[in-house]
Design a protein around this ligand. Structure first.
Ligand code: GLU
Length: 279
């Protein structure tokens, strides 16, 4: 009998803005375990669009730490910084479809006028004030090259969105209430995380996105982008976030819990994983 070929494609998508810590390791281990359980392929994407914070030495460290921990990927690593034309083409499609508008408001304007998101999910951005949208009938300017203004996607106010999370079950959010108009391109001529992530997950043929629960609300934003761009959305599985002993969510600033620090202290990947199993 010919074994059936799995079509499952998962991915690891770290940003090289610091050292990988225990939380990344657990999420990535889950992504790899789900790929193996499905007999699929796992890809590695280097989310290096934030030129102010990404550093080449973190890419090197990230590759070493991933390998040390026992993570393996099936194709050469893809770097987002090498794929700008793909994102630009998607932006042109959103523009042609009338889904986006230029926004000249500063971050400070938005913060001053914004209301808190409905359920105040940790680390999420404030709700973009609808009064900052261009008035109805305002002609939409052309996209310039380079782009020197922020472009936002206008969300369908009041629309309920849902998806089935592979870990926690049905998830719901209301556009305009739980999250507002969000950036797709920045005035420093760089694509936003939301746009680049959707374009790549679609282009890489990802069938399930496994990532931290801090991105749960972003999944709803991304579902709007999948729809606007005419791509089929993948399945989603949001992993529980890890906290330190004081209950503070792990971030890259927790260098004490960086994988390389633990490695230097003599921890083994097996020892670290045994701690999760019993924790
Ligand atoms: N690169 C993003 C991060 O490190 C994750 C992107 C994703 O998994 O969608 O937060």
């Amino acid at each position: 009998m010919v074994p059936s070929v799995s079509t499952y494609r998962g991915r690891l998508a770290p940003s090289p803005t610091g050292l990988l810590h225990l939380g990344h390791a657990r999420t990535f281990w889950t992504a790899q375990a789900r790929t193996h359980a499905a007999g699929g392929q796992l890809l590695l994407r280097n989310d290096d669009l934030d030129t102010a914070r990404c550093r080449p030495e973190f890419v090197t460290a990230m590759l070493e730490d991933l390998r040390w921990f026992g993570l393996h990927w099936n194709e050469p690593m893809v770097s987002q910084s090498a794929r700008i034309p793909l994102y630009r083409a998607a932006l042109a499609r959103l523009h042609a479809a009338g889904c986006i508008y230029p926004c000249a408001r500063s971050r400070r304007d938005v913060l001053a006028a914004a209301s808190a998101p409905h359920d105040g999910e940790e680390n999420d951005e404030p709700l973009y004030p609808p009064q900052f949208r261009p008035p109805a009938g305002t002609p939409r300017p052309a996209l310039t090259d380079p782009i020197a203004v922020n472009w936002r996607l206008r969300v369908p106010d009041g629309e309920s969105l849902s998806f089935m999370d592979g870990r926690t079950g049905p998830q719901h959010a209301v556009a305009g209430k739980d999250f507002g108009d969000f950036l797709v391109w920045r005035k420093d001529d760089a694509p936003s995380y939301q746009l680049a992530c959707v374009v790549d997950d679609a282009a890489m043929g990802i069938t399930e996105v496994v990532r931290g629960a801090d991105l749960r609300l972003s999944t709803f934003r991304q579902l709007l982008l999948y729809r606007a761009l005419g791509f089929a959305a993948p399945a989603f599985y949001h992993c529980e976030l890890m906290a330190d002993e004081k209950g503070v969510r792990l971030a890259k600033r927790h260098d004490a819990l960086a994988l390389r620090t633990l490695h230097e202290q003599g921890w083994t990947p097996e020892g670290i994983r045994a701690g999760w199993a019993s924790g």
